[in-house]
Write a protein that binds this ligand. Structure first.
Ligand code: TRP
Length: 337
């Protein structure tokens, strides 16, 4: 018999359409992991609520948008378990139980905590729920007894606290959870239109859903090699935003040719932007079409998520039985003790 496959789990907050940074930084990797692991991928709608609680009206719609994007990008809901956090209420139960053993200091020390409060300064994030963000994330992971969590570097501190909480739980009540490991996969840096990291909060993104016209307009406004001032100046592809994108998604021959022509001042930035826009459009076209089909029938998409969430609940339910027994809070067990 072959070994049971390891469990991979990852999630993304339901904050709307995904962009090329999310695609190359995470989702492309999720797609590849389906080959070798039993994968659980979910929309973290409760995590979205920790910062968007004052206006939650878009969260459910955003959940459908992100899930349509994942599937369009190659996540296969027949193979991976694709679900919604709030459709599996066991996440909340486990979060509560873990909160009993989690020292406040551990949560306050997570570097992303103070950083986010500073960054999102127009919102009041001095809430219990926001402080508990990494704890809810811990519940998400250990509820499935996941072995590996593909995360970006920015999430490393969250995984560290997850491991600490698991150790504390296991030492108090017995070995219930495996310690989840971070699965770091080298991912390319995806610059935004302005050269900073592509990120929704910087407003410098290209979404998988962007229309060809939007992509042409966005590319026309991209920052390029700042040292190339006149058309006849030779350019430096290695420090140019446009070239970073060519490397990500243009055919290698084209990327190479453009680099040569740029260094020789044979191609100008304006022309290169037009060329790049067409490459991005072609790259995204199949995904854009697929996500449109999916979103044209939201009822069907929702049914798909209901099925995925039911599958997730089976595994989550088994873990919760073990957790309640370990805590001596299983009342059937209590009758026989
Ligand atoms: N915090 C993650 C993000 O912002 C989302 C997330 C929630 C997550 N729960 C998770 C990621 C569990 C991995 C595992 O992208």
């Amino acid at each position: 018999m072959s070994e049971p496959r390891k469990i991979v789990l990852s999630g993304m907050r339901s904050t709307g359409r995904i962009h090329l940074g999310n695609y190359f930084g995470a989702v492309r990797n999720w797609v590849a992991l389906q080959e070798r692991y039993d994968c659980y991928y979910f929309a973290a709608d409760w995590h979205a609520l920790t910062s968007d609680y004052a206006d939650p009206s878009e969260i459910a719609g955003n959940t459908l948008e992100v899930v349509a994007d994942w599937i369009a990008a190659g996540v296969d809901p027949e193979r991976a378990v694709v679900f919604v956090q709030s459709m599996v209420p066991e996440h909340a139960e486990l979060h509560l139980l873990l909160s009993m053993i989690t020292p406040l200091g551990w949560l306050e020390r997570v570097p992303t905590y103070k950083e986010q409060i500073r960054q999102l300064e127009n919102r009041d994030l001095e809430t219990y729920g926001f402080l508990g963000y990494p704890l809810l994330q811990t519940a998400d992971i250990v509820l499935y007894r996941a072995d590996c969590v593909p995360v970006g570097e920015d999430q490393a501190s969250h995984l560290e606290i997850s491991r600490e909480i698991v150790r504390r739980f296991n030492s108090l009540y017995g070995e219930v959870f495996p310690e989840p490991k971070a699965l770091f996969t080298p991912t390319p840096k995806v610059p935004g239109l302005d050269g900073r990291k592509m990120s929704k909060s910087y407003g410098n993104t290209i979404a998988l859903a962007d229309s060809p016209e939007e992509i042409r307009r966005k590319c026309a406004g991209m920052f390029t090699d700042p040292t190339r001032i006149r058309r006849k100046d030779p350019g430096h592809p290695e420090s140019c935003n446009l070239f970073a994108f060519h490397q990500l998604l243009s055919p290698p021959e084209l990327a190479e040719r453009v680099a040569l022509q740029c260094r020789a001042a044979e191609i100008g930035c304006v022309e290169d932007k037009r060329l790049l826009a067409e490459q991005i459009i072609a790259f995204l076209e199949p995904m854009r079409r697929r996500r449109e089909e999916l979103l044209a029938d939201r009822g069907e998409l929702l049914r798909l998520l209901a099925v995925g969430s039911e599958r997730a609940r089976e595994r989550a339910g088994r873990t919760m039985e073990a957790v309640r027994a370990a805590l001596r809070l299983d009342y059937r067990g209590a009758l026989s003790r």
